[in-house]
Write a protein that binds this ligand. Structure first.
Ligand SMILES: [Zn+2]
Ligand SMILES: [Zn+2]
Length: 351
């Protein structure tokens, strides 16, 4: 016997059936979405990052927003629903549990349907890998700031500290391991312990642009990382500043020169006998020999002059001394005070 199709819930006949139910019972029985009643959210108490599928991800959101985001990630919309709109609303916070009412609207079989779902988000407060490395003083690289056969000057130390501070501020926005875990001032210089090797490289390049010098790296094997299946290295990055400082006097290819500047690439010198300007790459720094320091510069009075020379009084003995002029020598009149330096019993005019 063949009876008429009817809805087993309401008993209506003569209706089109959907999955065996009439339209209104089908819609009544349907869940617009599926979402777990309870969701676990693991966050870092230090930096606010959250764990997704076992990986830590940066997040600038507050915990309510992070929870709402986690709910949306767990929602599956029923295939039959179109234009679904899902709005998780926070209702209550009890300790580490946030209670949400998830409001859903969507179109089903041409009809707009609204439903609500209760979801609890349990917040698991943890510490991410990077924050726990930071907390434990972990570092991948050490920047060793040294000077060749002298101590670092206070000015150099100040410049280095400030340069690292300002660069780390920028680098840490992209690289959470860009931090100084320790700064050790020792008699040879300063050691900066840096969380990330990549950041340490950039920092050292920046220091070199400000202070000059030569960079050398030496990796040391620290062990084996079983989880990554590779050797663990820690890198020592040495930045050795030159023996000379700004305005010191150095001998270069027999010429007596003064250091007028330097950057990450070159050292700039002026030849005191000709006023000729010279630049040499850092790899040739070994050819420079310091012959006088900038604090040996003295002021003297011009007591006489001829077209080819001037006479000064020796700053210590007050004996007259002649200094030859050359084409580029500064314009000099008698009675004028001028700066000179004495190197190997020879006086050179400066300026
Ligand atoms: Zn029905
Ligand atoms: Zn963290």
């Amino acid at each position: 016997m063949k009876g008429k199709a009817f809805c087993p819930i309401c008993g209506k006949t003569d209706e089109e059936l959907f999955s065996g139910l009439c339209r209104s019972c089908f819609i009544e029985e349907l869940n617009l979405i599926t979402v777990p009643n309870e969701i676990q959210l693991t966050t870092c108490t230090q930096c606010g990052s959250i764990q997704k599928k076992g990986r830590w991800c940066d997040s600038d959101l507050i915990i309510e927003e992070q929870s709402a985001e986690a709910i949306l990630e767990h929602v599956e919309v029923n295939e039959i629903v179109s234009n679904a709109q899902i709005v998780p609303e926070i209702k209550n916070i009890r300790g580490s549990i946030l209670e949400f009412l998830v409001k859903v609207t969507g179109q089903v079989l041409g009809k707009e349907v609204s439903q609500e779902f209760q979801v609890k988000v349990k917040v698991d407060k943890n510490v991410c890998n990077e924050c726990s490395k930071y907390a434990s003083g972990y570092y991948e690289a050490v920047i060793q700031l040294r000077a060749d056969e002298r101590s670092l000057s206070l000015e150099e130390i100040e410049i280095a500290d400030e340069d690292l501070r300002s660069h780390l501020e920028k680098l840490s926005m992209e690289n959470r391991m860009a931090y100084i875990s320790n700064r050790a001032q020792i008699k040879e210089g300063i050691d900066y312990y840096i969380g990330s090797y990549k950041a340490a490289r950039k920092l050292t390049e920046s220091l070199k642009n400000k202070l000059g010098g030569i960079i050398n790296e030496s990796p040391r094997l620290m062990g084996f990382d079983k989880s990554a299946g590779k050797n663990l290295y820690r890198i020592w990055i040495l930045l050795r500043l030159p023996n000379f400082q700004m305005a010191d006097f150095v001998k270069y290819n027999k010429a007596i020169t003064q250091v007028t500047g330097y950057d990450g690439n070159k050292i700039y010198l002026v030849d005191l006998s000709s006023s000729e300007r010279v630049s040499i790459p850092w790899k040739s720094v070994g050819k420079l020999e310091v012959v006088a320091r900038n604090d040996e510069i003295k002021k003297v009075m011009i007591s006489a002059r001829t077209p080819r020379s001037v006479q000064i009084l020796h700053p210590d003995t007050y004996q007259p001394v002649d200094i030859d002029l050359h084409e580029e020598s500064p314009h000099i009149t008698i009675g004028k005070e001028i700066e000179v330096v004495e190197i190997n019993n020879v006086f050179y005019l400066l300026g």
